[in-house]
Design a protein around this ligand. Structure first.
Ligand code: NG1
Ligand code: ZN
Length: 529
């Protein structure tokens, strides 16, 4: 192993003096100009992880919904999951090591994890459309090659496309063909099959307006359109030709601001959706004839999908355990509707996709969505086998049809990670099959008015939480104050937690009216000081 080469090349990717960064819920995120050394080092770490797992590891250069000037990087584990938690610590350690210590840190990790350095390694690299992403992904490549490993640069891809590719490569193409074209073919085939089941198929072409957040999702949507038949007419806005990435548009803007993105022509009652900057989140919305904005976020998406799946499961007569996984940000109405009306068990985990993903793996079918629109569905191996068996078996026509629809849904959903393109196609197919308009979907339950606020404090780590972040244990007395404030309103709930991606405390409140939700959020944010 040529550690001298690693050390030599690392001087070309120097760490700014005193800069300390942490591998958080979404990998490293910072101003792009602070990240060159991080990229080089994550190239090195990906090689180590690849040697350890004897699999392809992914490296995605993106800062998702953050401003265009930011960038970031996350590693993708063998089956397309987020990097294992133990390795997040190694990532932080390697990122913050002084230059002369880099090889020692690498050797230390190798020893701890008993990694054979002779083992071959392969890294799959992808990037978003940020101006800084190309140079930064070159720094990742420098790290990979300094370590003497092989790589493939997939160039401009969405985050979920890279997760898909990594999974395909490591399952010997069982999950699909490990190319972007393979991804389009897999998804569009399943989508066409599912849409065929819609009784209205062929009568009225169904359309959706998409806000591409001026990012990679827009680019990739244009590509997938070439593979789609006429099942879905996509009208793309914010495609990156005029506006700036995530600037007054995109899923995060729409969800947090609770208003339409700029750059989109919306007519009353038209179905619209927004992707985020790396296309792993999606939210839907429309404006009604009175001009009022209606948001259909991750909770509404989870409800639509789980209801659809439950109805099909009843038809096929399979006794599979299904659950919905949410976080504390899930609207109280959605949880109530799922538990009380749909009789679907709901679990709450800490914020961050990896927590939801792990919980969802405990069920035959785990539907997980963050309220912000990041989510997917996981099918256990057993569930998948049973469904595929029924779909090709000698069963009555109705049963077979339902089994096939479940099978198509399995193939349409990107099980590796939340995926705006895949989720959009799942939603469009379900709406077509159920002959549902976006308004009908919206009225399934009514969201409780809610408000999210950010509070800047000297040190956000003074707040520690428990009970899936719904209860503050420190500083002393804070939770009691919040409880007092919550009691003043009806149908209310509020919590605070330190953000894992920004230097702020997040405040969430819901109540019976928007005024009360706003007031409660404001009162709670004052209590944080
Ligand atoms: P933080 O900053 O920890 O709240 C945000 C989102 C998460 C998740 C991560 C990663 C909210 C309230 N939080 O985390 O759900 O998506 O970013 O992107 O939306
Ligand atoms: Zn994202």
């Amino acid at each position: 192993m040529d550690f001298a080469a690693i050390a030599r090349l690392s001087t070309e990717h120097p760490k700014p003096i005193g800069l300390e960064l942490q591998y958080g819920t979404a990998g490293f995120r910072s101003k792009a100009e602070q990240l060159d050394h991080i990229m080089y080092r994550m190239g090195l770490l990906a090689v180590l992880r690849s040697k350890q797992t004897k699999s392809t590891i992914g490296v995605m250069v993106t800062a998702s919904h953050n401003p265009e000037e930011d960038n970031g990087v996350k590693l993708v584990d063998p089956l397309g999951e987020m990097l294992a938690v133990a390795w997040e610590e190694y990532a932080t350690c390697l990122a913050n090591a002084e230059e002369q210590d880099i090889t020692a840190v690498l050797q230390d990790i190798s020893q701890k994890e008993r990694i054979s350095l002779m083992q071959e390694a392969f890294v799959a690299i992808g990037r978003d459309t940020r101006p800084s992403s190309e140079t930064l992904s070159q720094a990742v490549i420098d790290g990979v090659t300094a370590f003497g490993a092989q790589y493939h640069d997939y160039g401009l891809v969405t985050t979920p496309q890279l997760h898909y590719i990594v999974c395909c490569r490591n399952t010997r193409e069982q999950y699909g063909t490990s190319t972007v074209k393979g991804y389009y073919q897999k998804l569009t085939k399943a989508f066409a099959e599912l849409c065929k089941q819609a009784s209205s198929y062929g009568d009225t072409p169904r359309g959706v307006k998409v806000d591409g957040a001026n990012g990679i999702g827009a680019l990739k949507l244009k590509e997938i359109e070439n593979y789609l038949q006429k099942e879905c007419l996509i009208e793309l806005f914010n495609d990156g030709t005029k506006g700036k990435l995530n600037c007054a548009c995109g899923a995060d803007f729409v969800k947090v601001q609770q208003k339409p993105p700029q750059g989109m022509e919306m007519n009353p009652n038209e179905k619209c959706c927004s992707f985020d900057g790396d296309a792993d989140r999606i939210v839907y919305y429309y404006i009604d004839s009175a001009g009022q904005f209606h948001l259909l976020d991750g909770d509404k998406i989870a409800t639509l999908i789980s209801t659809f799946l439950k109805e099909l499961l009843i038809k096929v007569g399979l006794n599979l355990k299904m659950a919905v996984i949410q976080t504390a940000y899930a609207n109280g109405s959605s949880t109530r509707y799922l538990e009380e009306t749909m009789k679907v068990p709901v679990y709450c985990t800490k914020t961050g996709v990896k927590h939801l993903h792990h919980k969802a793996q405990e069920f035959d079918i785990g539907v997980y969505f963050e309220a912000n629109g990041h989510g997917t569905v996981l099918f256990s191996k057993t569930a998948e086998e049973k469904i595929r068996q029924l779909a090709k078996g000698e069963v009555d026509a109705e049963k077979k049809k339902a089994a096939k629809m479940l099978e198509n849904t399995i193939d349409l959903i990107n099980q590796t990670v939340g995926d705006a393109i895949s989720d959009m196609l799942v939603i469009e197919a379900i709406l077509a099959v159920k002959s549902f308009t976006v308004q009908q979907w919206d009225t399934v339950y009514t969201d409780l008015p809610n408000r999210q606020l950010k509070v800047k404090v000297a040190d956000r780590r003074v707040i520690d939480t428990t009970d899936a972040e719904r209860c503050a244990v420190t500083p002393p007395g804070l939770q009691e104050k919040i409880d007092e404030l919550v009691k003043k309103h009806s149908l209310s709930r509020a919590f605070v937690r330190p953000s894992g991606t920004e230097d702020v405390i997040r405040v969430y409140a819901e109540a019976n009216t928007q005024e009360n939700a706003d007031a409660l959020a404001h009162e709670v944010s004052l209590a944080v000081f």
